[in-house]
Design a protein around this ligand. Structure first.
Ligand code: HEM
Length: 425
């Protein structure tokens, strides 16, 4: 029974924490470098987005006549409105970055590999993660439209034009998303409901499943190696007196001596409360401080109200899709009088292929069990290099699309006075 308010609050925290985490966690899984705590940062960003988003919902009106003005009021009139909006927007961008970096960490450490303790199946968590990645893009993309300014309107117009290029279902998909062929009131309300309810609920469900799988898979992959090493050391150790059980003296004969890997694990591990809780809290504080500071210093953009009659040149997709828009432009070329349209290849087939290959990767990766949970294991060198080169190519294309593209998608230098100052924040 807790005797003081402090003990009572500790009991609540410990009870929750001990259901979410195992009682003990290996020192390696706890270290900052093993995982970068990027999954935890992604989760905290989602929490920050949910809380700030709820505040924004009190003032935002999802109607084409009022959406822009309600965001303008939030930005310039409502007390702390610009800060809340800025924090929400920067957290959305950072969540895309954190989730992608978390995927990169999981890939480079081979933490999706099938090998693990008996009963574990880590590819499942990799697939759940891929679904979460798509949900993160979906959340960000649907939120992009809501301010109903020129930036929002045309980014979504470009994005949904790319989706419409999908064979067979493309046009229907765009119709379903927009409630018509152009971005209008039906699109706004659909994006609003998806952004504020459907996608967050799906994310909460999948994140809970993702966390539960980590426990079901016997903890993080980085901990597998510790277990093996400890077991090997335990075998080599001479027996030494330890704790004994005699079933309270009810059985005859000698006692059972406990000097097992479990006992040795104590040396290699820490108790989850307070160690995991404390680190998780530090990650939260850093994430929150970063978002609110940047939200305060950088002002979330708000351009002119959306105007379907005035097409900005160039019209750009949100920054995380610009590598695809760049690819579409590279793959679109003219042979004589025939124009080869790169939208299908660059905008649909390639991203589809990337997601399919990533999903199949746990079965294509033939490296040994010892490579799971280890950074840059030598048996995975080639696949890691290829992965990093492709990632770098996507980053370079994103930078080009963001800063070096001007009217008619022509090349401009960012410092050129004629360069359209494209703000992606
Ligand atoms: C909303 C997005 C996501 C959240 C909140 C999340 C959260 C987490 C957390 C907290 C962990 C524990 C270790 C760590 O912090 O790194 C973890 C592990 C893991 N995540 Fe995620 N994750 C997300 C997206 C993803 C994505 C995009 C992938 C990959 C496609 C992925 C695959 C995995 C795997 C395989 C593990 C187990 C890693 C191991 O055993 O070392 N997750 N995730």
């Amino acid at each position: 029974m807790p005797r003081t308010p402090r003990e009572a609050s500790e009991a609540v925290v410990q009870n929750f924490a001990l259901h979410a985490f195992p009682a003990r966690i290996t020192k390696r899984a706890l270290s900052w470098l093993a995982t970068g705590w990027l999954g935890t940062a992604s989760m905290h960003l989602f929490v920050i987005l949910t809380v700030t988003g709820l505040v924004l919902m009190f003032l935002y009106v999802p109607s084409v006549d009022r959406a822009y003005d309600s965001v303008k009021d939030l930005q310039y009139v409502v007390a702390f409105g610009s800060w809340i909006r800025g924090t929400h927007r920067i957290a959305a961008h950072l969540m895309v970055v954190a989730v992608v970096l978390h995927l990169v960490r999981v890939f480079l450490t081979g933490a999706y590999k099938r090998e693990g303790p008996p009963g574990s199946f880590r590819p499942m968590n990799w697939w759940l993660g891929l679904a979460l990645l798509l949900l993160t893009f979906g959340l960000s993309f649907t939120g992009y439209l809501l301010p109903w300014d020129q930036l929002a309107y045309w980014a979504v117009t470009v994005g949904t034009q790319i989706a419409a290029a999908a064979p067979l279902i493309g046009e229907d998909l765009r119709g379903l998303l927009l409630g018509g062929t152009t971005v209008g009131q039906s699109a706004l309300i659909r994006f609003y409901v998806l952004h504020c309810f459907v996608l967050p609920m799906a994310t909460i469900f999948l994140v809970s499943w993702h966390f539960w799988r980590i426990r079901k898979d016997g903890g993080l992959a980085v901990a597998d190696r510790v277990g093996d090493a400890v077991k090997a050391r335990a075998k080599a150790l001479p027996p030494k007196p330890g704790k004994t059980y005699t079933l309270m003296g009810s059985t005859e004969g000698g006692t059972v001596q406990v000097e097992t890997p479990v006992a040795l694990m104590e040396e290699e591990s820490e108790s989850s409360v307070p160690h995991v809780v404390r680190r998780g809290f530090v990650v939260f504080l850093v994430t929150f401080a970063l978002c609110s500071l940047l939200g305060l210093l950088l002002h979330a953009p708000l351009e002119e109200a959306a105007n379907p009659a005035v097409t900005p040149n160039p019209a750009k997709a949100p920054w995380y899709f610009l590598w695809l828009q760049e690819l579409v432009s590279i793959l679109t070329f003219r042979i004589g009088d025939t124009v080869i349209d790169g939208t299908l290849i660059g905008g649909i087939l390639l991203p589809g292929l990337i997601v399919t290959v990533l999903a199949a990767w746990p079965f294509l990766d033939r490296s040994p069990a010892a490579a799971a949970g280890v950074w840059f294991h030598r048996t995975r060198r080639r696949q890691n290099v290829i992965f990093l080169v492709l990632l770098l190519a996507a980053v370079v294309l994103t930078i080009i699309g963001t800063f070096f593209r001007g009217p008619y998608w022509g090349w401009v230098w960012p410092w050129d006075p004629s360069s359209p100052v494209h703000t992606f924040f």
